[in-house]
Design a binder for this molecule. Structure first.
Ligand code: SAM
Length: 247
């Protein structure tokens, strides 16, 4: 069973694509003619030129909007596609889930004619700048330490490329890990946590003490006092990165 058959049942509810991040991803894709989305999930951020989605979880495929690109149930490590199948391939917030990263990236390079776009995050920056994992849930950060992929390593596997920061708006509609950086109460909501794999895959027992502390700090306004500067910000860079490579 694919991991997201269990994790992804409420994905479409809390993980709506954010228009500002979509604009950045689409700009990074440029004017390529066709796009294949690998680790596509429910289809977030697919531009109209998307011709195919690759996704191992049937639960995620079932949540794709009607009229989105056709989806094939498969994994990145073994793409059922010919060489140079599309102008561009994108893989968004997925590479950390793959069982064989080297094989998966090599498949992306085989299938993409000209451009690959990957959305991932820099775990060092994330750990340092994101208050939730730094101050309350170090266990969740430790879980991510084990699976996060250094962006330099990814760029090596890709054969080079550039990386750009993806700033997270305070009202981000895509409820990934740090999306609620200025809406701390959201992390107390089990449905929100279910859409964030670092929290959904760390046991409730492990994260309960940190969440209890957060609830207390919110109730007493300690969180607001400590993070007053965050409340004045519109966007934040906590380490999300877009990698763009041409070949
Ligand atoms: C956090 S979701 C991201 C989905 C989508 N790209 C998005 O941005 O909303 C991670 C996705 O990666 C998929 N995935 C897990 N292992 C995979 C693999 N080996 N190959 C391709 N996709 C995989 C999961 O099933 C899940 O749909």
């Amino acid at each position: 069973m694919a991991t997201y058959d269990a994790l992804g049942t409420t994905y479409a509810r809390t993980r709506q694509p954010d228009s500002r991040i979509a604009a950045q991803i689409h700009a990074a894709l440029g004017n390529v003619t066709d796009v294949i989305n690998v680790g596509a999930g429910t289809g977030s951020y697919e531009p109209p030129r998307t011709v195919l989605a690759i996704e191992p979880s049937q639960v995620m495929i079932a949540q794709r909007p009607q009229r989105s690109a056709p989806a094939v149930q498969a994994v990145a490590e073994n793409l059922p596609l010919r060489d140079n199948a599309a102008d561009a391939v994108m893989a968004l917030l997925t590479v950390h889930h793959w069982t064989d990263l080297t094989a998966g990236i090599s498949e992306l390079r085989r299938v993409a004619r000209s451009r690959i776009v990957i959305l991932t995050w820099d775990q060092h920056i994330f750990r340092e700048r994101f208050w939730l994992v730094r101050d309350y849930l170090p266990e969740a950060a430790a879980f991510d330490d084990a699976r996060a992929i250094p962006t330099d390593h990814l760029l090596d596997l890709l054969g080079g490329g550039r990386q750009e920061p993806v700033w997270v708006p305070h009202d981000c509609t895509d409820g990934f890990g740090a999306a609620y950086w200025r809406r701390p109460h959201a992390y107390l909501d089990p449905q929100v946590r279910a859409g964030i794999s670092m929290l959904a895959q760390t046991s409730e027992d492990t994260i309960t003490p940190g969440l209890t502390q957060l609830a207390d700090d919110l109730r007493t306004n300690r969180w607001h006092t400590r993070h007053a500067e965050l409340l004045a910000l519109e966007t934040i860079d906590v380490g999300y990165r877009l990698l763009v490579t041409d070949h």
